[in-house]
Design a binder for this molecule. Structure first.
Ligand code: IPM
Ligand code: MG
Length: 359
């Protein structure tokens, strides 16, 4: 029995999570496993109900689970709260830290049926699109380094964040990225800013040392500014991209946009004992409650959950294939619809995928 903590959160979170659960249930039926779901409050929904973005009851539910299926948090309603109490910083960052979810996998794939959605020219995409995996360090770097704060000085206030990377932190995320490259196209691009930052000089050194354990993988180092440019100039050169917390945050959004459909992108945040799975898109308060959100990113996140937390690779592939088939057949949610094919709403899209998965 697989235990899943379900944290729908805010905005379109609950709508897309409901569809992912439909698909998970179909996969469980077909592949003969059972999933036990326990739902808990997170983000703005939790602030409204109990005054905290990440209440203890929610942590209790997560503690008991093997994996966390996360919708989205945040919205205009909570934007006037102090920054550290807001849904994003008050729930997402503490969850990552609490469960030591240091390895963030963000696949950016252009599905062939959606090639025209990419803002890049077809000539840049070579007529076939790309398949990039961004591996982002998620529990260290400038997001968490101390000291951190806004301090009063004699000449005014001073804002401080500290970028720190320990050798062991770099080595463990590098190993994850090399392992991922080994089951893909065996190419790894490590991102740094070694021309300016000491933490990034060490990053480059340690990644090069870990590379010796993976002689089959071709390793390249790119400075982050150059990487931002190369992603647009020639995205096909990339297989796995390894980056620290802040650079990975930025480049994963860039890669996401290049696929043309942020509503399609899943993610996994993995620690040694638990995984959190969430769509890359946010809570999209502007379309919440209308039943038009694209549930595919969450459905694909659920597939990642089956693969990484529950070792159900066949079930994960089956879901991914079902999504691809549905797109090839021309079904589109509003965000993907370009006047051709069949426009469907959130729950119709979930039904279509679940039906294919059930077989
Ligand atoms: C992400 C988001 C978060 C981050 C924010 C919401 C704290 O941008 O998951 O990429 O910066 O990590
Ligand atoms: Mg981000």
């Amino acid at each position: 029995m697989f235990k899943v903590a379900v944290l729908p959160g805010d905005g379109i979170g609950p709508e897309v999570i409901a569809e992912a659960i439909k698909v998970l249930n179909a996969a469980a039926e077909r592949f003969g496993f059972t999933i036990e779901y326990k739902e808990a409050l997170v983000g703005g929904a939790a602030i409204d109900a109990v005054g905290k973005a990440l209440p203890q009851e929610t942590l209790d539910v997560c503690n008991e689970a093997h994996a966390i299926l996360f919708g989205a948090v945040g919205g205009p309603k909570w934007e006037s709260l102090p920054p550290e109490e807001q849904p994003e910083r008050g729930a997402l960052l503490p969850l990552r830290k609490e469960y030591n979810l240091y390895a963030n996998l963000r696949p950016a794939i252009i599905f062939p049926a959606l090639l025209d959605s990419s803002p890049l020219k077809n000539s840049v995409l070579g007529g076939k699109g790309f398949d990039i995996l961004v591996v982002r360090e998620l529990t260290g770097g400038i997001y968490f380094g101390q000291p951190k704060g806004i301090y009063q000085e004699e000449d005014g206030r001073k804002g401080v964040d500290t970028m720190i990377y320990h050798e062991w932190e770099i080595a463990r995320i590098a190993r994850k990225a090399f392992e991922a490259a080994m089951v893909r196209n065996k190419r790894l691009t490590s991102i740094d800013k070694a021309n300016v930052l000491n933490s990034m000089v060490l990053w480059r050194e340690v990644v090069s040392e870990v590379a010796k354990e993976f002689p089959e993988v071709e390793l390249n180092h790119l400075l982050v500014d150059n990487a931002a440019m190369q992603l647009i100039r020639d995205p096909l050169q990339f297989d796995v991209i390894l980056a620290g917390n802040m650079f990975g945050d930025i480049l994963s959004d860039e890669a996401a946009m290049l696929t043309g459909s942020i509503g399609m992108l899943p993610s996994a945040s993995l620690g040694d004992f638990k995984g959190l799975y969430e769509p890359v898109h946010g809570s999209a308060p502007d379309i919440a409650g209308e039943g038009v959100a694209n549930p595919l990113a969450t459905i694909l996140s659920a597939a990642m959950m089956l693969r990484y937390s529950f070792r159900q690779g066949d079930a994960a592939k089956c879901i991914e294939k079902a999504v691809e088939d549905i797109l090839n057949e021309g079904y589109r949610t509003a965000d993907l619809y370009r006047g051709e094919g069949t426009k469907v709403n959130t729950s119709e899209m979930g039904d279509l995928v679940a039906e294919r998965v059930r077989g």
